[in-house]
Design a binder for this molecule. Structure first.
Ligand code: SAM
Length: 398
């Protein structure tokens, strides 16, 4: 039996598939992908892609390099740093196929903390893995390699936004442990219909490997944006943009009033607390009061996340307090004053009820009924939460 992998890339090295390889062959497939990246950067992160023209870009963890191709197409000079040797030939062959080799400055086989480079860059990009590395350690690397005024772009599992996906992981782990089907069959029986309900660029099997079985998909690894903002701020990084929004977009004050960094941080952190149900739901269910209701919601979500981690590690569901935490969260959401998009609260309540129903079925060992439920219940099938968050910080050392 293999020992537990110590790093996410060690886990990937042991797999037969790359985590995000989309296997683009035709120019149209690549162009469609580049258009979706442009939408992300320009519409959600307020980074016009013209900023990448002739910019020095350092990308950590590119995997097979789909995002790198987009940066290259916008004119970036790319340095790619990837620890998993299996990804390197995929990168080479993509740049060859799409004739963009002239944009590649270097490919370095290294993890983020071991990166030896001493040059400076306009952009650092690290998507899809940075939550598995201690935050202060990678922030120190980014401060070393970024030019003043430069930006870093990261994406990661956000604690509350990932509650539903962590639930899917825990349910899969528990059902597999019952021994009726192997891990892959269990995943198909539970989640085929759910997977088919949204468009993905990766395969179902990549998702099983990268989420359901990935030992790093644990709430103890996930990023708490409030903490990230404090840690970044103390190293001279200020929040530039994010998706979803960490800045309180409802604030109104005179444009000539300049706020201190501390005031900005405090306002964003208050906004983040009120956004907890929105992040869980993946849509707007914003808590409109700042007192008791908010504290209660925060506590129950934290308790549910802890319980899910324990189930993933092998504890029996009934010993973890999961159902109590979900029930209490549901009732807090039913009562809290919220600002929502049409029916957002009702949908979130239906989602939590669906999670509780799936919990009850697995606890009863009713696996056929469970699979029928997870494949057909509208609330269960549509719910994905908001697990992947993006944040852009600008380096403004004192
Ligand atoms: C989930 S993939 C994401 C690929 C791509 N960035 C994307 O967002 O589509 C994560 C990538 O990060 C790499 N990786 C994991 N841990 C890393 C580390 N500590 N330093 C640098 N790269 C790492 C993995 O080998 C893998 O290629």
């Amino acid at each position: 039996v293999d020992s537990e992998p110590r790093a996410l890339y060690e886990y990937y090295e042991r797999q037969s598939i790359l985590p995000t390889h989309a296997r683009f062959e035709k120019q149209e497939e690549l162009q469609r992908y580049i258009a979706s990246r442009r939408d992300l950067f320009e519409e959600k992160l307020s980074l016009p892609v013209r900023l990448f023209s002739s910019a020095d870009v350092l990308e950590f963890g590119p995997d097979s390099g789909e995002n790198s191709l987009a940066f290259a197409s916008w004119g970036a000079n790319l340095t790619l740093v990837e620890p998993n040797a299996a990804a390197l030939p995929a990168i080479e062959s993509y740049f060859e196929r799409f004739t963009m080799k002239d944009r590649l400055v270097d490919i370095v086989q290294s993890d983020v903390l071991g990166f030896p480079g001493d040059r400076q860059y306009d952009f650092v990009d690290a998507e899809g893995f940075i939550y598995t590395v201690p935050t202060e350690a990678w922030l120190d690397v980014f401060a070393r390699v970024l030019r003043p005024g430069g930006w870093f772009v990261v994406s990661y599992y956000e604690r509350r936004g990932a509650l539903i996906e962590l639930f899917l992981r825990a349910l899969h782990a528990e059902t597999t442990r019952m021994g009726r089907w192997d891990a892959s069959q269990t995943a198909h029986r539970l989640y085929d219909a759910k997977w088919a309900s949204i468009p993905h660029t990766r395969s179902f099997d990549s998702w099983v490997m990268d989420v359901l079985q990935n030992p790093f998909v644990r709430s103890s690894e996930f990023i708490d944006p409030s903490l990230l903002m404090s840690q970044a701020s103390s190293r001279g990084f200020s929040l530039y943009s994010s998706w979803p929004m960490y800045r309180d977009g409802l604030q109104v004050f005179w444009h000539k009033r300049r706020r201190t960094t501390a005031d900005e941080l405090e306002a964003a952190q208050a906004h983040l607390r009120r956004s907890i149900p929105s992040f869980v739901a993946g849509e707007k269910v914003y808590v409109a009061s700042a007192d008791r209701e908010l504290e209660v919601i925060e506590q129950h979500v934290a308790a549910a996340l802890d319980a899910l981690d324990e189930i993933v590690l092998g504890k029996g569901r009934s010993d973890t307090g999961l159902d109590e935490a979900l029930a209490a969260f549901q009732s807090a959401i039913e009562q809290a004053p919220v600002i929502q998009d049409d029916g957002g609260r009702t949908r979130l309540v239906e989602t939590i009820a669906a999670l509780r129903r799936a919990s009850a079925l697995v606890a009863a060992g009713a696996l056929d009924e469970l699979c029928a439920f997870t494949s057909s219940d509208a609330a269960f099938v549509r719910a994905w939460g908001m697990p992947a968050h993006f944040a852009v910080f600008q380096y403004r050392p004192a």
